[in-house]
Design a protein around this ligand. Sequence first.
Ligand SMILES: [Zn+2]
Length: 487
Amino acid sequence: MVKVDSDMTDHTRYETVIGLEVHLQLNTRTKTFCGCSIKFGAEPNTQVCPVCLGLPGSLPVFNREVLNSGIKVALSLGCDIQKTMKFDRKNYYYPDLPKNYQISQYDQPLSGRGKIGIKLEDGTRKEIGITRVHIEEDAGKLLHSETDSYSLVDLNRTGTPLLEIVSEPDMRSPYEAYEYLVKLKQVLKYLDVSDCNMEEGSLRCDANISIRKRGAREFGKKVEIKNMNSFKAVREGLLFEEERQREELEEGRELTQETRLWDEDKRVTVSMRSKEASHDYRYFPEPDLVPFEISADLVDGIRRAMPEGPEEKKIRFAAEYGMGEKDIEVLTAEKDIADLFEGAAGLSGDRTGACNWVKGEVMMHLKERETDVKGLKLSPGNLAQVIKLAGEGKISNLVAKEVLRESIDTGRDPYSIVKDKGLEQVSNADALGEIVSKVIRENERSVSDFRKGKDAALGFLVGQVMKLSGGKANPKVAGELLRKALT
Ligand SMILES: [Zn+2]
């Protein structure tokens, strides 16, 4: 008898439905409805004013930059921009919310109906619908002490502009949810409207997940998962929840609509509260702000000034540079990487070299240092110098890698590094002759191997010349000299 894996049975019997809500903190200079700075890391309660503290008599004034960034994001996700939008109050009491309401958008948001394309495991593409993108303001932060019996409130973040990006419940697996987030972040980073930094909270994600019998029309009971601080945590939280819900149903228990928290240490979700329905927030129109009309001229102007997105860049790289798909994936993964490549390729006049250096050494440094391009002190000009020095044979590849490392560490230009340290490649036969003779004297075994016809032995001898010359010998010239001396 064939033993059927229970997990497999579950997958064929049940279908998972996932929708994601992403909160994106915008990197405008000031808050949504006042002139306070939103700079991260300031002393607590130093970036506040009567408006964001919710003092009586203060009135909000809408920040134009927030609207512009919101339109950019909505357009890049293919959303329709509404002709009229309005703000609403979302009422709830919490110590980090001095007004006891958050200004948000309820029934007339900035935009709706967009989509984002993701790649599935089998290589096919799938479109995930975007329900809406709306503007709201952030709450403050509570700092809980582990030793004292009180908590402290920091209101610097209060009023910071957020965009809420709500997806349709179109995802059918935690994998799809993960891919959606990766793609969304890529698109958002290209726009430069947010740091998209999950650790600092500028990108946050809540997930809704339910399961239903395969073929059923009705959705199952929806569970919202919060407190996931990385894309990996989103995927793990969803995988756990998918399994938990299946087990509950299999054992004949009812699921409840609730909010659960992801516990990163225990790797489980824990029930927090039954989920509020939207009427619990008593939404009503914000009386201190008029409805806003968004002119077609404004939208067109922003559309024309939009930077190239990742998909457009991929198409252009393929057409303009005739590159393979793999190279294009790496070079367009982030806008800064693409800019570094294009800058260095233009300045060095060596596109293949630029592609190889970015794909190889630069990516290695990014990984090794766990940073992004901005975290390296490497300008396109300095990378171009390395490419030229190595390409023209002025320095060996080995030295070029060291020069690149130093340039990344210090920001110094490679020409002066090479000049100051005397790293120019030695191609001169006279200068290399002495080293070649020494290597022949000291490596009798390899010499006799080579004379017996083992060509590979020559590679070892060239390596010895490179080593003795401190990486400065031109390997081609060294090889020729060795061959000449030994035959
Ligand atoms: Zn303020």
